[in-house]
Design a protein around this ligand. Sequence first.
Ligand code: ZN
Ligand code: ZN
Ligand code: ZN
Ligand code: ZN
Ligand code: ZN
Ligand code: ZN
Length: 364
Amino acid sequence: MIKLFKIISSNYQLKSFIIILFLIAQSQNFAQNKIRCVYCQQEVNNKYILVDGKAYHPEHFLCKECNRPINGNFVRKDGSYYHPDCYIIAERLICDYCKKALNEEYVVNENKKYHKSCYENYILPKCAVCSMPLKGEYYEDIYQNKYHPYHRNELHQCDCCNRIICQSITNGGQDYSDGRHICNKCYATAVFDPKQLAKLLTKVSERLSSIGIKFNLKNIKIVGLDRNVLRNKAKDYNENTQGYCDSKSLNKYIDDKLVAQTTYHNIYVLNGMSSIVTESIIAHELMHSWIYENTKNNFSQKINEGSCNYASYLYLKSLNQNSALEQIKLLETDPDAIYGKGFFEIRQRFENKSVYDFLTFLRY
Ligand SMILES: [Zn+2]
Ligand SMILES: [Zn+2]
Ligand SMILES: [Zn+2]
Ligand SMILES: [Zn+2]
Ligand SMILES: [Zn+2]
Ligand SMILES: [Zn+2]
């Protein structure tokens, strides 16, 4: 299974709300130093306000917003001065969440302003694992579960659906003896029973036949295995392998003349996978059997695996059910250079054509 996640970072800026203390200066010797008010150009008396090196009569140090004298704390912005309350009005410093004034450090996110606490508690997405706010970078899986990156080191991902296995997302999970981890969502439909497996083979084969890909089920057998056994059975096994189709042709000769050829397929699939994943694997392996019987079978690995994934896709699409759509998403987001890319290319080529066109391409 390929573990795929999108890394997202929540972008925000912390802004401070500045309040500057009022300063009253005493003119010690105003007979010698004629200090003038910046506002009225008249000399100041012995008590005046000194801001940024400029003097004002107390009644002439004015708020830009309300035009009334400021005689207490003030806010400086772009060379103008404001009463703190007027600054809130002038800058529309209202929290977009609680609609109350932003008279403290605040957060700007996507052109909206929030109290830091409102932003963290109500606006920031919450971790699907621990439900704490997601500050900074986080992961998002294909099911829109967002979570802290470090949970990936503490928790397993489901070998069926890729969800992170935890109480809140999957209601826990199972550890298989062959090293696989299966979440309880998938485990609820896990297929171990050979009879059920045979039923699923019939179901998938009938559905694919109904859209034009036909199989001779008489010569196809299906076997469920754990990962250790599959590792020994499958050619080109790697950690993403979930199934294998072993095909053999038996030739019948009479007097050295070939009179009949029968092809047999043993389809091996991982047992204990969710029903929908099992069906998807079966569709893939059935397509290998079809390619073996109906083509020269000399495609590149990419076309080969891409075509088999395309058969899974056609099958899943025909089901029109939610779990099938999720499984399609896993096929689509598979970053593998052979399976993922191959599927992307085949699908791009045949999505708007018929299944017949797809099979004709493989045949010739
Ligand atoms: Zn003045
Ligand atoms: Zn004011
Ligand atoms: Zn608020
Ligand atoms: Zn968390
Ligand atoms: Zn799962
Ligand atoms: Zn394959």
